[in-house]
Design a protein around this ligand. Structure first.
Ligand code: ATP
Ligand code: TZE
Ligand code: MG
Length: 297
C-alpha cells in the first residue's frame, strides 16, 4: 500500500460480524442463484454474465426501459454500466434510474470513463438525485463522479479521465469515495450505501468505515472487463446482502480468484478462462477469511 500503511489499520478479527455476513452472502448466492440484471457496455457484456454465473447467480442483459423496469420487479438488483454509450441511452437511463428509485430497487453503478464527454456527464449528473446503492469504479472514476455530483471540496484533484483506465491510485480517491458513499446513504430510502474502488489494493467504504483489501493480480488489468465483471458480481451479492457486505464479498472473491487464475495461466487468454473457473472454485471460507484491513478511527 502506498500512502496508508498497515500501521494505520487492523485486520478484522476472525469473529467480526462483518466476516460472518460476507461468508453468509457467498453461501446465499450459491444456494439461491439470484438474478441480477444488467444494462452494460457491449465490450464486456459476455464476461459480466459469465462472472455472475460463475459466482453462483444468474444474468439477464437489456437496454429497453420497459424490459429493464419489468425485470427489476422480479430480480434482486440491477447493474448499470455507462461504458459504451449510444444516443438513446440518455433517455433510457433517465427513465430506468427514476423508475428504480421510485420502486426502492437496489442497483450498482459503474461510472466507466466518468468525466469524459458531455453526454456521459449529463447521464451521470441525472443519477445524482436517484442514486444507486453501490458505486463500483476505479479511482479516477470515483474522483470524477464526486466532482460532477458537486460533493467535492476540491481537495481531491484526479489525473482526469484517460478513457476507461484509471490514472489515479485508490488512496487518492479516499475522500471522494467517502463523500459518494454518504451521498448514496442519504439518497436511498433504506439509508444504506457503499463504494468499492478497485486497484492494486481495493478500497471499500460506507462513508464511515474504510477497508483496504490487498491481493488480486496485475493480469486482471490485462483482460478487458475485470472491473465490469466485479460490478456485475457486486449486483449479484446485492440481491442477498446489504451494500457494504456485497461490495466486500465481491471485491474479496475477485482478489482470491485473480490470484488463483494467475497461478494457473500463461497470458491474458488463458487467464480469462482460469479466472472464470476460479470464481466458481473459491469458497465462502476463502472469501471470508481474507485479509480485511480496516482503517483505525
Ligand atoms: N495492479 C493490480 N494488482 C492486483 N489486482 C488488481 C490490480 N489492478 C486491478 N486489480 C483488480 O482487478 C479488478 C478490476 O479492477 P480495475 O481497477 O482494473 O477495474 P477497471 O479499471 O474498472 O477495469 P475495466 O474497466 O477493464 O473493467 C479488481 O478486482 C482489482 O482488485
Ligand atoms: C474497453 C472499453 N471501452 C468502453 S467500455 C470498455 C470496457 C472496460 O471498461
Ligand atoms: Mg472499468
Amino acid at each position: 500500500m502506498s500512502k496508508a500503511t498497515t500501521a494505520d489499520h487492523h485486520d478484522l478479527a476472525a469473529d467480526d460480524a462483518l466476516r460472518a455476513s460476507i461468508h453468509q452472502a457467498v453461501l446465499d448466492v450459491r444456494a439461491r442463484t439470484p438474478l441480477a440484471q444488467s444494462f452494460t457496455n457491449f465490450v464486456t457484456i459476455n464476461l459480466v454474465a459469465n462472472a455472475q454465473l460463475a459466482a453462483g447467480g444468474t444474468a439477464a442483459m437489456s437496454y429497453l426501459p420497459d424490459d429493464v423496469i419489468d425485470i427489476a420487479a422480479m430480480c434482486g438488483a440491477t447493474y448499470i454500466n455507462v461504458g459504451t454509450l449510444l444516443p438513446f441511452y440518455k433517455d433510457a437511463l433517465g427513465e430506468i434510474t427514476a423508475a428504480l428509485h421510485r420502486a426502492g430497487h437496489r442497483w450498482v453503478l459503474d461510472p466507466v470513463a466518468a468525466g469524459l464527454g458531455a453526454t456521459r456527464t449529463a447521464i451521470l449528473e441525472a443519477m445524482r438525485d436517484v442514486p444507486p446503492s453501490l458505486v463500483r469504479a476505479n479511482a479516477s472514476e470515483i474522483i470524477a463522479l464526486d466532482a460532477l455530483w458537486g460533493l467535492s471540496d476540491g481537495s481531491d484533484v484526479g489525473g482526469g479521465p484517460a478513457g476507461v483506465e484509471s490514472t489515479d491510485d485508490v488512496d487518492a480517491a479516499l475522500g471522494a469515495a467517502k463523500r459518494v458513499a454518504r451521498h448514496l446513504r442519504a439518497g436511498n430510502p433504506d439509508g444504506l450505501g457503499a463504494v468499492a474502488v478497485s486497484g492494486e489494493v481495493d478500497l471499500v467504504t460506507d462513508g464511515e468505515r474504510v477497508f483496504r483489501l490487498p491481493g488480486g493480480d496485475m493480469m486482471m488489468t490485462k483482460i478487458t472487463g475485470a472491473g465490469c465483471a466485479l460490478g456485475g458480481v457486486a449486483a449479484t451479492y446485492l440481491c442477498v446482502a446489504e451494500p457494504l457486505v456485497a461490495a466486500l464479498a465481491a471485491s474479496l472473491l475477485f482478489d482470491r480468484a485473480g490470484e488463483r487464475a494467475a497461478a494457473g495461466s500463461h497470458g491474458p487468454g488463458s487467464f480469462q478462462t482460469e479466472f472464470l473457473d476460479a470464481l466458481w472454485a473459491i469458497d465462502a471460507d476463502a472469501v471470508s477469511t481474507s485479509t480485511i484491513l480496516e482503517a483505525n478511527r
